[in-house]
Write a protein that binds this ligand. Sequence first.
Ligand SMILES: C[S@@+](CC[C@H](N)C(=O)[O-])C[C@H]1O[C@@H](n2cnc3c(N)ncnc32)[C@H](O)[C@@H]1O
Length: 307
Amino acid sequence: MQTPHIPVLLNEVLASFKDIGEGYFVDCTLGYAGHSSEMLAKYENIKHIGIDRDDEALAFSKNRLNPFEGRSTLYKGTFANIFPTLKEEPILAVLADFGVSSLQLDKMERGFSFNSETLDMRMDATSLLSAYEVVNEYSQDKLEYIFDAYGEVRSYRKLAGAVVEARAKAPIKSAKELSEIAKSVIPAGGKIHPATLMFQAIRIEVNNELGEIEGLLDALEANHSKGEVVSLISFHSLEDRLVKNRFKKWSTACICDPQAMRCTCGKNHAIGKALSSKPVTATKEELKINLRSRSAKLRSFRFKKDV
Ligand SMILES: C[S@@+](CC[C@H](N)C(=O)[O-])C[C@H]1O[C@@H](n2cnc3c(N)ncnc32)[C@H](O)[C@@H]1O
């Protein structure tokens, strides 16, 4: 089947689940079922749960996963909401490939692209907040905050000021207009398009992307006991930092105050172990065929099994 999205780090993801026993594999970001279909084909003893907030992605994947009927269940919603409510047992493998898919980015009417005639950026086209409201209704302070915190835009104040000035004349209706504003503030010539970080910031706000990751990590932290493996793929430092810090916390044995003279906690507080100390990144071969893999970082963690 022709797929609109090439799964990143596919071999590495499959390898991270190599010891998976008989149980459920949850793909929190089903997308076009690239990773999911390969997992189902390779590991015949697993059952599959796919979660996505995008109806188009779910419809495509339902069709793609037809050959695995009886082994696969799909849920619509966000992973931070759905994952903690899953009743299927035992869940032994969890994957999340954060961010947007190639199709979401490329489809002009979704409003993710710099040349879009719309201003949308919702992964779930039925959710209430879109980029239009963020850009036209948020206060200047709030825009400054998201450009700084979610985009790490250096000239975040100037950029928020330019947006507020432009919308005072007439509402900003398209991503195209918005990227022109970014170009007027941020000099071209760097490695990335001047609007890239502003778009990232707005997309994160619209889809609560960082809150979603925190929610998933919280759910995993609250409920683990079966030696589950969790593999998470990040595409920028804000996502990767959340994952890295949480894995560090989970693998720390001693929770005593760093100032304490000696350890009194028993040094047995680690709840598992990261599968590698550094994130796994794309090979030269993958970089040649999939541009998206350039910034992909995979981190995997195995929880301890309760005895
Ligand atoms: C990078 S794509 C995943 C591609 C997939 N791994 C594949 O091989 O086809 C990310 C997908 O996750 C979905 N998504 C992103 N954040 C989500 C969230 N918090 N809850 C549910 N789905 C989410 C997006 O709608 C998109 O379809």
